[in-house]
Design a binder for this molecule. Sequence first.
Ligand code: CTP
Ligand code: MG
Length: 227
Amino acid sequence: PRVAVIVVAAGSGTRLGAGAPKAFVGIDSHSILWHCLHGVFAVPDAQVVIVAPESRSGDALTEALAVSGDKADFASVVVGGPTRQASVAAGLAALRADIEIVLVHDAARALTPPAVFERVIAEIEAGAPAAIPVLPVVDTIKRVDGSTITAHVDRSRLAAAQTPQGFRREVLDAAYRSATAEFTDDAALVAEAGHRVAVVDGDARSFKITTRDDLERAQSLVTPSVT
Ligand code: CTP
Ligand code: MG
């Protein structure tokens, strides 16, 4: 099957507050996007579409060329939209006609190990229309209404969703064509369109860099690089 990875990197990074679009903020001497693309280009023979802010599309292409090496022909950059969902839609519009499996990945999950991509792809190849990596929830969760707890939620039945989220291409295309609301991830959008979403094991290293603390955690995890 022909696989594509859409890397959404068009957000502004308001909560990180680093003065630049988040994907272009450094972890070490390299950006969040650069680190993310290392995992993405480990997927064999995948088309890679990077969705970037208009002002940074040239930088995104530079990062792609730096990381992809002899796979540069498979990489392209498109301009994102005002919401994550609009940015994914822009990426979908750039897919080659022969693509059968699409993974959507947050650039902000910069340290996602290649094995997670492999597990998601394997689940789709085995027949699932959609598959996402999840982690167990470690906190004890309450449902609240204002200042009152209204339910004590059984955390063994909860999971925290990560990316890359994988889909059969026609399933994701159709779900995006029919979507009438904004969803926080693609799995919710595809489930709303009536498809079963399978889960595979996520990884703690796939955490999303959202705040300054998350960036420091990423900095502590990357070993100094010689290039
Ligand atoms: N994203 C995007 N286009 C948008 C909004 C988000 O491509 N209009 C991407 C981000 O670049 C990120 C991923 O979606 O890789 C997850 O979004 P989030 O962590 O919320 O990033 P930002 O929106 O940039 O951060 P913030 O919400 O703090 O502004
Ligand atoms: Mg955001």
